[in-house]
Design a binder for this molecule. Structure first.
Ligand SMILES: *[C@@H]1O[C@H](CO)[C@@H](O)[C@H](O)[C@H]1NC(C)=O
Ligand SMILES: *[C@@H]1O[C@H](CO)[C@@H](O)[C@H](O)[C@H]1NC(C)=O
Ligand SMILES: *[C@@H]1O[C@H](CO)[C@@H](O)[C@H](O)[C@H]1NC(C)=O
Ligand SMILES: *[C@@H]1O[C@H](CO)[C@@H](O)[C@H](O)[C@H]1NC(C)=O
Length: 360
């Protein structure tokens, strides 16, 4: 009887442990947090590492080992991941490995692209937060590494800044197309320089996006940013060029004699157009971020993004995401200057009134 109870107890324990393992191993989100807390899976994996892999690790030179990443996303997410991986690989003296299925090759020259699909004997590392710098990647363990994450911080590639710009050189036909497109809309309007305004709205206003903390920047911010540049470049004739995914809205609210709205083109050409302008005003998201980075002039970004207190806000370290030279702006500070003006008028009035009272 006691024997049966014992066996039953062990059986229940075994089922419990197996269920727990399956639970952990089948959920990516949970795995990320679990691994991040303990690096447990890597340790366990290493215990069961094949003899061949162990041998490779002990004999193969560090420089011939690879680093790659696993994730999915759109053009600008890929740009972040690629640039960051380039920076991480350089810092760790590793080779970069990217799958052939990346969307970057359809836009950029990518001179040093090293296509390889899977790494043998690879260890997985998971980033902490998608829009924050994770210093653990500065010093990778001595093995092939697969990084899981978005790697969306300029800090991963600041040391190879000029290489990143060279890497993301648009293919010639795309450059030409963007150039002639831009010229078509700007050549008839006299100007000294062109400032791109990237207005992203469509996917930013989906319920699912709003829930996470994405948002579209308000019109007042864009007008405020324009005011900033117009004032700053007082002696120059500035022409604003709007690149957007919401042509109708921009046409309705942003049209003016110093602003042209470009019809929405394809993602690559539109990005190339932004990169050809002198300065940039961006709204929200990573696409405008990359347009501004490639343009390399002055950049104004929306200060109130991500939505304060949201999940995205928690995932974002603003100082890691926005380069320190970029200028944060909010909605107009007109209100503030108005209140200052009112206060001042009141003050003058009180003085005047007092004078009157005294003279009476
Ligand atoms: C890393 O992966 C590459 C490509 O699969 C392989 O040739 C190499 O031997 C691996 N190195 C180690 C130490 O696992
Ligand atoms: C644009 O319009 C404003 C008034 O709305 C005017 O002051 C300005 O001179 C105009 N600029 C050009 C280039 O025509
Ligand atoms: C603006 O950009 C164009 C093209 O890159 C360049 O030729 C021009 O000198 C720039 N103008 C200013 C004022 O920076
Ligand atoms: C920006 O403006 C919004 C709305 O006016 C305000 O709630 C927010 O606190 C401001 N954010 C910053 C960082 O100044």
């Amino acid at each position: 009887m006691v024997g049966i109870q014992k066996r039953l107890f062990f059986l229940i324990c075994a089922v419990g442990v197996i269920t727990l393992m399956v639970y952990i191993l089948t959920s990516k989100e949970r795995i990320v947090h679990f691994v991040h807390r303990t690096e447990f899976v890597t340790v366990v994996k290493n215990v069961f590492l094949s003899k061949e892999c162990k041998e490779l690790r002990s004999t193969e030179r560090r420089e011939s080992q690879f680093v790659t990443f696993k994730f999915s996303g759109r053009l600008a997410n890929w740009m972040f991941a690629y640039a960051s991986l380039l920076g991480i690989a350089r810092k760790n003296n590793r080779k970069l490995c990217i799958g052939a299925d990346n969307p970057l090759t359809s836009a950029f020259v990518l001179e040093d692209l090293n296509v390889c699909n899977t790494l043998t004997c690879s260890d997985d590392l998971y980033e902490d937060r998608p829009c924050a710098f994770d210093p653990r990647f500065d010093k990778l363990p001595p093995s092939n590494i697969t990084i899981h994450g978005y790697l969306q911080s300029w800090k991963y590639f600041i040391h190879i800044h000029s290489d990143v710009k060279k890497t993301f050189r648009f293919q010639d036909w795309m450059r030409n197309e963007a150039h002639s497109h831009l010229k078509m809309y700007t050549q008839k309007i006299p100007h000294d320089l062109v400032i791109a305004i990237h207005v992203r709205r469509q996917d930013m206003m989906l319920k699912s996006s709003l829930k996470l903390g994405f948002k579209a920047a308000p019109l007042e911010y864009i007008l405020n940013a324009k005011r900033y540049f117009t004032r700053r470049l007082k002696n120059k004739v500035v022409l604003y060029v709007v690149v957007t995914d919401d042509y109708e809205w921009c046409l309705k609210f942003l049209s003016s004699n110093d602003t042209v709205i470009l019809p929405t083109g394809d993602r690559y050409t539109d990005l190339a157009i932004i990169s050809m302008c002198n300065h940039t005003i961006i709204t929200t998201g990573t696409y405008g971020w990359w347009g501004a980075y490639l343009a390399g002039g002055e950049t104004v970004y929306y200060k109130n993004f991500p939505e304060p207190g949201s999940k995205l806000d928690g995932d974002t370290e603003k100082a890691d995401f926005f380069p320190p030279s970029w200028i944060p702006l909010n909605k107009s500070s007109l209100l503030k200057s108005h209140s200052l003006f009112l206060f001042f008028s009141y003050f003058v009035c009180v003085l005047q009134c007092n004078k009157h009272i005294i003279s009476i």
